[in-house]
Design a binder for this molecule. Structure first.
Ligand code: GLU
Length: 171
């Protein structure tokens, strides 16, 4: 069963997220990742396997620096456990990162719609469709803000799920 965490505040976000994910490890998972808004750009670090692998990876890549972020431990339903399918998923233009627990049941229909809008997909997950749907709706009506785009996306997605979402321009 996957774990979702999120943080906004004064502390170093990456550390808070990793610490929070470590408290959810007992639930079982196949990969782990975090996304942090760093100076208006969403940085994603994720990998297959234990949370310790993610910590090791960030020791090499550098930890994303920022005060707003999300984290996830995945239990795969759509696509094998690997680095690309791990969450968070970044939208095509980098506006949105999203973590997800559950299943987007109508993801094939939504993928076809987004493909017509010029989107392509890197992972095998249902989750990446949700990230791009939120971004597409946000880009279609940015003045209404992230919440309106999220609400509209939720009205189009069917299934039983929970989402954690961050926006690059709304840390
Ligand atoms: N359906 C999503 C996936 O396979 C989320 C799985 C989960 O709840 O961890 O990536």
């Amino acid at each position: 069963m996957c774990g979702i965490v999120g943080y906004v505040g004064d502390r170093d976000c990456a550390d808070v997220l990793v610490d929070a994910l470590s408290k959810l490890e007992y639930r079982g998972y196949d990969s782990a990742g975090i996304a942090v808004v760093e100076k208006g750009v969403i940085k994603v670090e994720k990998c297959k396997g234990r949370l310790a692998n993610l910590v090791d990876k960030m020791a090499v890549d550098g930890k994303p620096q920022g005060h707003c972020g999300i984290g996830h431990t995945r239990w795969a339903t759509h696509g094998e456990p690997n680095d690309v399918n791990a969450h968070p998923h970044l939208s095509q233009h980098g506006d949105v990162a999203l973590v997800h627990n559950g299943i987007v049941e109508n993801y094939i229909e939504l993928r076809d719609f987004l493909t017509e809008q010029g989107y392509s997909f890197m992972s095998e997950t249902d989750t990446e469709i949700a990230a791009n749907l939120v971004e597409h709706l946000y880009r279609s009506n940015r003045e209404d803000g992230p919440e309106a785009a999220t609400r509209e996306a939720l009205s189009l997605i069917s299934g039983a799920f929970a989402l954690g979402i961050i926006f690059a321009d709304h840390p």
